[in-house]
Design a protein around this ligand. Sequence first.
Ligand code: SF4
Ligand code: FES
Length: 253
Amino acid sequence: MSEKKVVRFIITRQESPEANSYEETFEVPYRPNMNVISALMEIRRNPVNVDGKKTTPINWDMNCLEEVCGACSMVINGKPQQSCSALVDKLEQPIRLEPMRTFPVIRDLQVDRKRMFDSLKKVKAWIPVDGTYDLGPGPRMPEKKRQWAYELSKCMTCGVCLEACPNVNSKSNFIGPAPLSQVRLFNAHPTGEMNKAERLEAIMGDGGLANCGNSQNCVQSCPKGIPLTTSIAALNRDTAIQSFRNFFGSDQG
Ligand code: SF4
Ligand code: FES
């Protein structure tokens, strides 16, 4: 009788934010086209490690299961990526799963991406709406510009570009490439432009643009192909102009 094919996983476990991490190995039955999340679900159904010892189910985040929400991001074989779109057939075995270390670990592979959402608040990454009465349709955006903006809007706040950036870590308050690129997106919007100066000023201070070391890791790691380094270069120009405006006392954004 032929032996049943299995997939071996070495998973970094951590019981709480304060606990020490350790590795635990699991084997799950192979199925064609399985992704990392389906293997994690298999382990959750039967949390028994490779030594036959019953253990606790593994924690991780997930939501959309189609590479849209960014919640399931983790480090797979050394590369930060989404576990819902990571196919087992394309990965070398044993498959190593670790949490993204740029963010505080909550438990096992689940991390707290709050620093990214705080940064989005800091740079006002939204279009202001009055909300008290119907303002009617906003200004139209030329189709070519809309298509360009759509590419930037694909950011799912997954955190992969922050994990890949050497300048984003627990000792630095650098907001990282994703929120910077969102500044470019919202400043390009005909209504969002109203807050352009505020957004630029938010990234001119500590933890902003000047903390970028131009390693270019971010643009290579982004699963959505967002032109992060182009955004950063454009913002360098925009902030230089903003500095002149501030110096000469013009409040035009
Ligand atoms: S820019 Fe790309 S890598 Fe960074 S958070 Fe957004 S989708 Fe993820
Ligand atoms: S579960 Fe949403 S990106 Fe993977």
